[in-house]
Design a protein around this ligand. Sequence first.
Ligand code: ADP
Length: 167
Amino acid sequence: MSKKLSNIGLYPGSFDPITKGHMDIIKKALNVFDKVVVAVLKNSSKNMLFSLDERQKLISDIYQSTPKVQCIALDSKLAVELAREIKASAIIRGLRAMSDFEYEFQIAGINRSQNKDIETVFFAADDKLTFVSSSMVKEIASYQGKIGKFVDPVVKRALKNRINAGS
Ligand code: ADP
């Protein structure tokens, strides 16, 4: 009898920082994939609050007792390349609203141009989380607003420390 290969999904993004919106996509993806590998991308086009390693560590801390979720920092490689290496079945992305669609559709096309064997699958955000984004959370935190509903306590602490250190 041949052994079934595990079905791995690769979830790439900036995760600056990871929010409950991202975590909801990971939870939904675990209903479809045996394992989700979160790839934190450097993303030179955005101004990041947390370094690549910090962003990766926050995710690893949150999922330390969830072996089905693993997190890798990607600084010199394309996500599709990692997908090939880890034999991922698909790239995972999340959709909040129609406004995400055009950008996501473009990235899916770029990824396909680099590796035609890797498909992108989209999971829809929960109604309660459609407005949650990393930038919105950073903005609220910078004014000492309440962010507990939008991020894990690990991230809440890290944001508070970072913002207090900068003020
Ligand atoms: P990127 O900079 O690559 O877009 P992000 O960390 O902002 O990285 O997002 C990674 C993925 O997660 C994207 O597909 C994005 O649409 C999705 N995402 C972000 N926030 C949410 C949310 N609240 N609900 C669902 N999907 C989300």
